[in-house]
Design a protein around this ligand. Structure first.
Ligand code: COA
Length: 174
């Protein structure tokens, strides 16, 4: 499944990865809800977003317009970015890659696709899928690590715990 292209950064490249965007808010919601549900079933020792939070994105029930980017390997969805536009800003809510596909080109490809389409992206670094019973200190540690991770993509800290990327920001390390 994986080919070792560059052993120096340990990246495992999945050659048949395809990144797409959902065709409509309804499809975006469904892809997101199904993927989170699959993660919940596959990794029962981890805490994923509450179903109610995901249900809030259902455009059939609420005035919401979610946009989903998803990475597919053969017919399986292996990672998603989900957000919503507010004017010119893409507000990212969920960035999640199946653990089996982490440390591959999936996460980077998803983020690069989003950055190719958008000029401003906002997100809040907040870990999803943590082990159950994660202590507040561990959560804090993971949040700091996520901030460092997003800085690699050129995001910079902003107000209210958000991080912002503007097209033209220097990109580092990715
Ligand atoms: C965040 C996420 C999508 C990144 O995907 P990934 O496949 O792990 O990331 P990449 O392959 O691009 O990068 C791997 C590198 O980033 C680091 N990294 C990735 N996610 C990280 C995280 N959450 N915290 C700290 N470091 C992280 C890895 O340690 C690795 O470092 P290395 O290159 O020095 O070995 C993935 O870790 C994930 O799904 N996490 C759970 C969901 C979550 O918390 N999402 C963030 C919501 S704001």
């Amino acid at each position: 499944m994986f080919s070792q292209e560059n052993e120096s950064n340990k990246e495992r490249v999945i050659p048949d990865l395809v990144v797409q965007t959902a065709a409509s808010p309804g499809e975006s919601y469904k892809i997101c809800a199904d993927f989170i549900e699959k993660m919940r079933t596959r990794y029962p020792k981890r805490n994923y977003l509450l179903k109610g939070i995901i249900d809030n994105l259902d455009p059939d029930k609420h005035p919401r317009t979610p946009i989903s980017y998803f990475g597919k390997v053969k017919e399986e969805i292996v990672g998603i970015i989900v957000g919503e536009k507010e004017g010119d800003v893409f507000n990212g809510y969920i960035f999640l890659v199946d653990q089996k596909y982490q440390n591959t080109n999936v996460a980077v490809s998803l983020m690069r696709s989003l950055q190719a389409d958008e000029s401003t992206i906002k997100l809040v670094p907040a870990p999803i899928g943590m082990r159950k019973y994660t202590s507040p200190e561990q959560r804090e540690h993971l949040t700091r690590a996520l901030e460092r991770y997003y800085k690699r993509f050129g995001f910079v800290p902003s107000s209210n715990h958000t991080m912002v990327w503007h097209r033209g920001n220097p990109k580092k390390n990715v």
